[in-house]
Design a protein around this ligand. Structure first.
Ligand SMILES: Cc1cc2nc3c(=O)[nH]c(=O)nc-3n(C[C@H](O)[C@H](O)[C@H](O)COP(=O)(O)O)c2cc1C
Length: 299
């Protein structure tokens, strides 16, 4: 009933744990069998190990959270050696989320991921481009196309490109990434945001800005998924503020072939299984035999 296929990869259902909110899956496996999920996107990986940002990393805001984790991760080599075998043993699709500060970093890392049994690589282009003064790769369509095509040339793995909602023009960005060779697109990453401590007369985050996620962003994310799924012919994976099965179904009705859940995992570590059960219940109630029937049913 809930089976979907993205780029030739079978998913038992369209619910994928979003990068950076699910680690490598092991901790959540204490709350439910995470093998029931359609897939897990790993914590964002970089070529070399990263310690992440100093200062406050997570800050609650109305209907959401802001984060400035700074891609803390063990690096691609340690991931392949220590985390990937454990992730694969969980019984669900493994998506490796890859970030980087330079094109060379992405290129070296993708080559390492080629020789693994990872199902899909999710390219996070929201990272600051060190050589271009820190402006993220995912802001300008041409810059994104350049990095996607360079990575594409080095891998036969299925490439899901994760779009930033901070892009100058989300539809142009989507089209450019597909031109560069993306097999599918996931959107959205977090929104650039800011928080202030009035008593200290200072900014909350050491890096000044942080990424906003959670229910606060859902209506904007939904609009972007709707718009993007109309201008590209590759599968679109929707995320941003999904808290319930109903939210997930909204994203699918506007065009998402699958969805990801992020912030909700922090609030309710069993959200994944509850959303899957809620979607099954919706299908039974509505007489939907195949979830793909509802993808893009709203124009
Ligand atoms: C604490 C935290 C860490 C994140 N780390 C990553 C990351 O490493 N790579 C990535 O592509 N997205 C990362 N994200 C973005 C999420 O995967 C997701 O795109 C975003 O939070 C919107 O979905 P949500 O509202 O369901 O959380 C992170 C989000 C949060 C809250």
């Amino acid at each position: 009933m809930l089976k979907v296929n993205i780029n030739g990869v079978d998913f038992k259902n369209p619910v994928i744990a979003a990068s950076g909110t699910f680690g490598f899956g092991a901790e959540y496996n204490n709350f439910y069998d995470v093998g029931v999920l359609g897939g897990i996107s790993s914590k964002g990986l970089t070529l070399n190990e990263k310690a992440g940002n100093d200062g406050i990393r997570i800050y609650e805001t109305a209907e959401g959270i802001m984060n400035s984790v700074g891609l803390q991760n063990p690096g691609v080599d340690a991931f392949i050696k220590n985390e990937l075998p454990r992730m694969k043993s969980l019984g669900t699709n493994v998506i490796a989320n890859l970030g980087g500060g330079t094109i060379e970093d992405y290129e070296k890392a993708i080559v390492k991921l080629n020789d693994t049994d990872i199902d899909i690589i999710e390219l996070n282009i929201s990272c600051p481009n060190v050589k271009a003064g820190g402006m993220a790769f995912g802001i300008k369509g041409e810059v994104a196309k350049d990095i996607v095509s360079k990575v594409r040339a080095l891998t036969n793995k299925k490439l899901m490109v994760k779009l930033s909602p901070n892009a100058e023009n989300i539809c142009d960005m989507a089209v450019k990434c597909v031109e560069g060779g993306a097999d599918s697109l996931s959107l959205v990453n977090t929104f650039k945001a800011m928080a202030v401590d009035i008593n200290k007369r200072d900014i909350i985050f050491n890096n000044k800005f942080a990424g906003l996620s959670g229910p606060a962003i859902k209506p904007i994310a939904l609009r972007m998924v709707h718009e993007v799924s109309r201008v590209v012919d590759v599968p679109v994976i929707g995320l941003g503020g999904i808290m319930t099965a109903e939210d997930a179904i909204e994203f699918m009705m506007v065009g998402a072939s699958a969805i990801q859940i992020g912030t909700v995992n922090f609030l309710n570590p069993r959200a994944g299984i509850e959303i899957i059960e809620g979607m099954e219940e919706f299908c039974r109630r509505e007489g939907i035999k195949n979830i793909n029937e509802i993808v893009g049913c709203i124009n």
